[in-house]
Design a protein around this ligand. Structure first.
Ligand code: DGT
Ligand code: CA
Length: 578
């Protein structure tokens, strides 16, 4: 069905015509055609084949031929021409939720604003509200729209882009003459969202590598083609993302990797340190006068300015330079030290995998335990487990554990914190569940005080071990609910309860900053993938990345414990909570 694509192009044409100040009847015709096509329950391509397009309301010979053109070429020449006539920034503005063509046009004509940053500034200075037909509310909506736009379209979740970037580097490694290849930028630092894919290589035959790059089937558009730098847009889900590939000299590999890994803020600090030592540092190397004193490896580059190697996840200028100078960098938890998954759903609730499949997958991932935490009884939309079934699940887990020596399952539950702060199973049931992780799934609209108190009651409950996704945010979709996190941290620390680092790529909750605050208070952290499909268990490393960005060491993360150690931790916590 190409209906959506055709409708979208017609809508865009209408918007562009409106910005241009074209004939309102013509604009209306495109809008109407878009609506008609979008509402169709039949395939527009079929109608075109049968010559029935003109039977649709509002579609005459001209629009019918335009539909055929879109079906044939994937675009419309009129649309492509309009795009060239209009400043590109206005096309971007149209993508901001809450900003239609009329408003975009008015803003552009009045202020000549040419970037999102300028638009944001004008809103903050209340210039926009003064335009006829605008107001305070419009300004507020535009600001919200800008935020959503940046999150959604401007930046993509790491979990979507990292696998793509790794796939591309794997292909280039196998099928082109690269010597060194590495992902750099925010992906290498494992930031939760990324703007683009930065790749560095060394090669004696760069032209062959670049040729391979632009020939990748994933490439949708070539932005620039050159032997030292090539930029393309690669297909990523429903849209595309820019990828820049740079070729560097082997002698500059470390310097380039450090430079292009960033962050910019970290680089600036590094450069200042170099300057203090009378050195110059750039993407080619570290220089004393004209002489290059380092550049081949990152380690050598850091050493030349008196620093130990700083792991990419720490390079955010959040104190890592000071810590490095004092020899106090944390020994970050390693990806392979995570041997358990603290939160997986099975068929007992809304997961799609059986217990056996979870065990199998865990073994493939090199894990030695998985806590199977299905939803609790009231959460009907998510298949909450009624009490009778809980005990079936418990027995089944015991049987499977007897048979398996490599992977153990833990009988857990993700128990809803009800809107009054009580838990969704009675205590006599909770005490039979080996791992109770409490969570909020309803009442997101409650006040900060209410939500905070709900979580606090759960943390204080003697049978609760942990709280899942403590802030409730979903990247690009939902802001955190109103919660006073510092109060939560205080109570968790006081009661020795764990907080989750939810590793699902759209959650990553706690995030890096909050997880670090928790770690500093000595709160144990538990990584859980919250997998509802078996493959989502692979996201465990994203949770580890958050933990590393939160400066966590092995001792801070419960998933580094063996099965027996973790079970002991659970029991001890309850014994101490009585
Ligand atoms: P992103 O792409 O927004 O997710 O984040 P990054 O960090 O990957 O940023 P990007 O792609 O613009 O640039 C990659 C790295 O290149 C960045 O982390 C640091 C370095 N870099 C870029 N521009 C500058 C600059 O103006 N000064 C310094 N010192 N470094 C820069
Ligand atoms: Ca980047």
């Amino acid at each position: 069905m190409k209906n959506k694509e055709v409708a979208e192009i017609f809508n865009k044409v209408a918007a562009l015509l409106e910005i241009k100040g074209d004939n309102p009847y013509r604009i209306r015709a495109y809008q109407r055609a878009a609506q008609v096509i979008e509402a169709l329950t039949t395939d527009v391509e079929e109608l075109a084949k049968q010559g029935k397009l003109e039977r649709l309301p509002g579609i005459g010979p001209d629009l019918a031929s335009k539909i055929k053109e879109i079906l044939r070429t994937g675009t419309l020449s009129l649309y492509e021409e309009l795009k060239k006539e209009i400043p590109p920034v206005l096309l971007t503005f149209l993508e901001i939720p809450g900003l239609g063509p009329k408003k975009v046009k008015a803003i552009y004509e009045k202020f000549g604003i040419t970037s999102i940053e300028e638009l944001e500034k004008a809103c903050k200075e209340h210039k926009i509200a003064k335009l006829p037909g605008f107001g305070w509310k419009t300004e507020e909506n535009i600001l919200k729209g800008i935020k959503l736009f940046r999150e959604k379209i401007g930046r993509r979740p790491l979990g979507e882009i990292l696998p793509l970037a790794e796939k591309i580097t794997e292909i280039l490694k196998k099928e082109s003459p690269v010597e060194n290849i590495s992902i750099a930028g925010s992906i290498r630092r494992r930031r939760e969202t990324v703007k683009d894919i930065d790749v560095l290589i060394t090669s004696t035959e760069p032209e062959k590598v670049m040729k391979k790059v632009v020939e990748l089937p994933l490439v949708e558009e070539i932005i620039a083609f050159g032997e030292t730098k090539t930029s393309v847009r690669v297909k990523a889900g429903q849209s595309t993302i820019q990828m820049d590939i740079r070729v560097v000299e082997p002698d500059s590999w470390g310097a380039a990797l450090a430079y292009f890994t960033g962050s910019k803020a970290h680089n600036i600090r590094v450069r200042e340190l170099a300057l203090e030592k009378g050195l110059k540092i750039n993407e080619y190397g570290v220089f004393k006068g004209e002489t290059k004193i380092a550049g081949k490896t990152e380690k050598e580059v850091y050493a030349s300015i008196g620093l130990p190697f700083i792991p990419p996840e720490l390079r955010e200028d959040r104190g890592e330079i000071e810590a490095a100078l004092q020899g106090k960098l944390p020994k970050l938890v390693e990806y392979n030290e995570i041997i358990g998954d603290g939160h997986v759903h099975s068929k007992y609730s809304d997961g799609t995998a059986s217990l056996e499949e979870i065990m199998e997958k865990a073994e493939k991932l090199g894990l030695s335990w998985v806590a199977v935490c299905d939803h609790s009884q009231s959460l009907k939309v998510a298949g909450g487990v009624p009490v009778e079934d809980l005990f079936k699940k418990k027995r089944r887990i015991e049987e499977l554990n007897k048979r398996s020596s490599k992977v153990k399952l833990i009988f857990g539950a993700e128990v809803d914190i009800l809107s009054d702060g009580t838990l969704d199973y009675p205590d006599e049931v909770l005490k039979e569940i080996d791992f109770v992780i409490a969570a909020i799934h309803t009442g997101f609209q409650q006040s900060e005080e209410q939500i905070t108190n709900r979580i606090i009651s759960a943390l204080k409950h003697p049978l609760v071990h942990a709280v899942a996704h403590p802030t409730g945010r979903v990247i690009g979709e939902r802001d955190p609910y109103a919660v006073n996190l510092s109060k939560i941290l205080e109570v968790a620390a006081q009661y020795g309860k764990a907080l989750e680092i939810n590793a699902y790529y759209k959650r990553l909750d706690l995030n890096d900053v909050n997880a670090r605050a928790a770690k500093e208070k000595g709160i144990p952290l538990i990584i859980g993938t919250d997998a509802h499909f078996i493959d989502q268990m692979e996201y465990i490393h994203l949770g580890t990345a958050v933990a590393r960005r939160a400066w966590c060491e092995k001792k801070d993360i419960l998933n580094t414990l063996s099965y027996e150690e973790f079970m002991n931790w659970l029991k001890k916590l309850r014994a101490n909570s009585r």
